[in-house]
Unconditional design. Structure first.
Length: 266
């Protein structure tokens, strides 16, 4: 994977199961000295070209979350594995997001991640704070980039005999966007420091994911508005950044789930 010889993907989400990972229906059933993997996944990033896919599957349906395992499938030559559609998304068009289908795919026992059944839910939950922090990093990058572009546009674009920055509303909106972005960066830096020390909590990572992506949506919407009609045109990057921002509040655990995680710690 480091050299690029293998492209990875993580297949958790199913058509009827999103944030509630315990309800997955994909099964990895023991069959002699191997497992048979059956089920389907959707919204899988890298799904069209990944050839090493970690699949969340039930190895024991009677144990709830303790019956979930992560199963590694190498797709090259795997009988019963099929890629579905490359899904047509509202934003993030640079990334493929796909359906995946598994029909009694043969899985050797050593491809149970961790070497033992039932560790999957714990493995996923252990790494989700890092994923949520990565989403927050994307949010701050988008905000900083959009604000910088919008300030430049408002200084260059003229209306009623002068640049857009001659209007108090424009200046105030830019001041608000700059302030939100600066505060977001300070909080993210604090979370990054804690993560590097190994002390970032689940609830604080949830705070970062929820608050920064909510703020990203607010800032990007203001930036589009300040661009006027040009903000809605693909040729201006801020429009694409705006459409890409919307899914940030959904994947990696919806922001409503993030609030639930935070509330549990109160």
């Amino acid at each position: 994977m480091v050299t690029g010889e293998l492209v990875g993907a993580l297949a958790m989400t199913e058509p009827s199961t999103g944030s509630d990972v315990q309800r997955i229906k994909t099964r990895a059933t023991r069959d002699g000295n191997a497992y048979k993997l059956s089920g389907q996944k959707t919204f899988i990033s890298n799904g069209q070209h990944a050839n090493l896919i970690i699949v969340a599957a039930k190895t024991d349906s009677s144990k709830g979350s303790k019956g979930v395992s992560l199963v590694v499938i190498e797709t090259d030559g795997a009988e019963g594995f099929q890629r579905g559609r490359n899904l047509d998304k509202v934003g993030l068009h640079a990334a493929d997001t796909s359906e995946l289908f598994f029909d009694n795919v043969n899985i050797p026992p050593e491809n149970i991640l961790g070497g033992e059944e039932g560790q999957g839910f714990y493995q996923m939950m252990k790494q989700l704070p890092q994923e949520r922090l990565a989403i927050a990093c994307g949010a701050i990058g988008a905000m900083e980039g959009a604000v910088e572009r919008t300030i430049g546009y408002c200084k260059e674009r003229e209306a009623f005999g002068g640049p857009l920055t001659q209007f108090q509303n424009t200046r105030f909106k830019l001041a608000e966007c700059k302030t939100k972005t600066t505060v977001a960066r300070a909080f993210l830096n604090e979370c990054m420091e804690e993560h590097l020390r190994g002390s970032l909590s689940v609830e604080k990572a949830a705070m970062a994911k929820y608050w920064l992506t909510d703020t990203q949506g607010e800032v990007l919407d203001d930036c589009v508005q300040l661009h006027g009609g040009y903000g809605f045109m693909v040729e201006y990057g801020v429009g694409e950044m705006w459409s890409d921002a919307r899914v940030q509040r959904i994947y990696g655990g919806t922001n409503e789930i993030m609030k639930e995680l935070i509330a549990r710690s109160l």
